[in-house]
Design a protein around this ligand. Structure first.
Ligand SMILES: [Zn+2]
Length: 201
């Protein structure tokens, strides 16, 4: 399975339980980490290094084995300027029949939308199965947008929920109460601690 994530933490919020379950069955998971998320809180120095380490630790909480991460290092917020590079990175990682997990292509964040669109295009042309996870959609979207859309619900057992919660807690830089983060209000985290993960199919 290839999980494509625009920023460190998207893969955990959107698909952490799925990654844990998949790896628990002894199947390999590659996470393509597109940016290091350095623009999330511009006041913090070395945020890219911090979030990169947080991601490594979070993936270890999901699975001690079977999960590997490939960093692409594109500039946070400017993925649209590097579409060719992103496309060739994904193409170099996928194999026939490999399941792709990507952000929803109309998620409402420019990096998420471009990453999602490229994944859709590649899945279509290469014939790979694809499921897309919503992140910002939970926060901003109107349910009417989804009347015609097909969803899949992946239930998490207690072990998967626990692993996901521990993984989410690794992103300390995103959760400091003294830092007002206008981008990700704290209540957003609640969407990602439910007993299931939802994917657009
Ligand atoms: Zn993101």
């Amino acid at each position: 399975m290839l999980v494509v994530a625009p920023h460190p933490d998207d893969e955990i919020m959107g698909a952490g339980g799925l990654i844990h379950t998949w790896a628990g069955m002894g199947r390999s998971v590659t996470v393509l980490s597109v940016t290091d998320g350095e623009a999330a809180l511009p006041v913090r120095e070395n945020l890219d290094l911090i979030r990169r380490d947080e991601l490594k630790e979070a993936l270890r909480k999901l699975s001690a084995t079977h999960v590997s991460v490939v960093r692409l290092g594109l500039p946070d917020g400017r993925v649209a300027d590097f579409q060719r590079k992103l496309r060739s990175a994904i193409l170099s990682l996928i194999e026939p029949g490999m399941t792709m997990i990507s952000p929803y292509e109309r998620d409402g964040h420019p990096d998420h939308d471009v990453v999602g669109s490229i994944c859709c295009e590649i899945a279509r042309t290469q014939g790979n199965p694809l499921a897309r996870y919503p992140i910002w959609t939970w926060h901003r979207a109107d349910p009417a947008e989804f009347l015609e859309v097909s969803w899949g619900k992946f239930p998490l057992d207690s072990e998967a929920r626990r692993a996901k919660t521990h993984a989410l807690q690794c992103f300390v830089s995103r959760r400091q109460p003294d830092l007002h983060d206008p981008v990700a209000p704290h209540h957003m985290w609640n969407y990602f601690q439910r007993s299931y993960e939802a994917f657009l199919l």
